[in-house]
Write a protein that binds this ligand. Structure first.
Ligand code: SF4
Length: 338
């Protein structure tokens, strides 16, 4: 990965920063020891939300460290689609994902002459990637053996080089393990941390609803950056093998229209009654007609004789009229909702 941002060689440690409470506390614990920390946040597409510049500034100020946001590359997406070590309870390939982040983070640390890479890891918190065999595997594959500092749980691990060299005081690290957050919440109080993105960071791959959609899309070889975002919104239906997405509210309709309609069939009622519907750009006519019926299904059509649907196709604009006698109840009964 080519780091374009010029980073000064003034940091002792690079911290993998997720925005969750554990990584914020880890920064605070190191900071308390007078260690200069650069937080690195990988901007992967599976965050629950979108962090604005103002929020980044707020967190930097609250934590007291600089945060460098780095993009993930295609190799990361490939890792998520075909993880060597499989998925956790949902679509979260945590072992492969951590190997990727640690390896990239440590490469950056070496470039700026930092001596270690820190994580907010707490053993036993996530059974899939925090078993001792998984931890050892992750260290080995990411080439970070002896280089990881774990501020929240360091006392449970053998000392790393930076601790033996006296750069990090092991006595001031913690020995937290397990899924309870009680100690972290006490520490948050101690350090005056009042706001964090989510208690454990916000990875949507651990969300059962998103995971189901993701794995279904993966089966159809549809995963790319755009799909990972599209899967976050709307009602998804598969017809004749093609994805149909229906906005569930005004905000989703706007996002579908403004961010995802290029290259797809974009269906609306000209009077803007009902939702926005998107259909894969390679769909056949019969699929698009079904999608128009779906649009009618999700529209209140009382007192209307006919219902018009305008179709912006990748090749031009057309329209179809759906008689109000049509009862596309099949949408509910026959389709596989994903
Ligand atoms: S929870 Fe998500 S971001 Fe975190 S390691 Fe697992 S897959 Fe990666």
């Amino acid at each position: 990965m080519q780091i374009k941002t010029k980073i000064e060689h003034k940091y002792h440690i690079v911290l993998l920063y997720s925005g969750g409470l554990d990584s914020i506390l880890s920064a605070k614990i190191l900071f308390e020891q007078g260690i200069s920390v650069l937080g690195v946040k990988f901007m992967h597409p599976f965050f629950h939300g979108i962090q604005t510049f103002e929020e980044k500034f707020y967190y930097e100020k609250q934590i007291g460290i600089n945060i460098l946001e780095l993009p993930t590359d295609n190799k990361y997406i490939k890792t998520i689609i075909e993880p060597q070590y499989g998925y956790g309870s949902q679509a979260n390939p945590c072992i492969d994902c951590k190997i990727y982040f640690l390896r990239k983070g440590w490469e950056l640390a070496q470039q700026i002459s930092a001596v270690a890479i820190a994580t907010g890891e707490v053993p036993g918190q996530r059974p899939f990637s925090q078993r001792s065999d998984a931890i050892k595997l992750i260290e080995k594959r990411s080439r970070t053996v002896d280089r990881i500092i774990r501020p929240l749980s360091g006392k449970l691990f053998p000392q790393s080089k930076a601790e033996r060299d006296g750069i990090v005081n092991s006595e001031k690290l913690y020995s937290i393990s397990g899924r309870s957050r009680a100690i972290q919440l006490k520490l948050a109080k101690k350090f005056g941390v009042t706001r964090f993105e989510s208690i454990a960071g916000g990875c949507i791959l651990t969300d059962p609803g998103y995971a189901k959609r993701f794995l279904e899309a993966r089966e159809h070889n549809e995963i790319n950056i755009e799909t990972t975002q599209l899967l976050k919104i709307g009602r998804h239906i598969r017809i004749n093998g093609k994805r149909v997405v229906v906005g569930r509210n005004q905000k989703e309709n706007e996002i579908l229209e403004n961010s995802f309609s290029t290259g797809k069939f974009f269906l609306i009622n000209p009077e803007r009654k009902g939702p926005v519907v998107l259909v894969d750009g390679s769909a056949e006519d019969k699929t698009v007609i079904k999608a128009a019926e779906i649009l009618a299904r999700y529209t209140n059509r009382e007192c209307i004789d006919t219902f018009e649907v305008r179709i912006n196709a990748p090749t031009g604009v057309t329209k179809i009229i759906i008689p109000n006698t049509a009862n596309p109840i099949w949408v509910d009964k026959l389709l596989i909702k994903i």
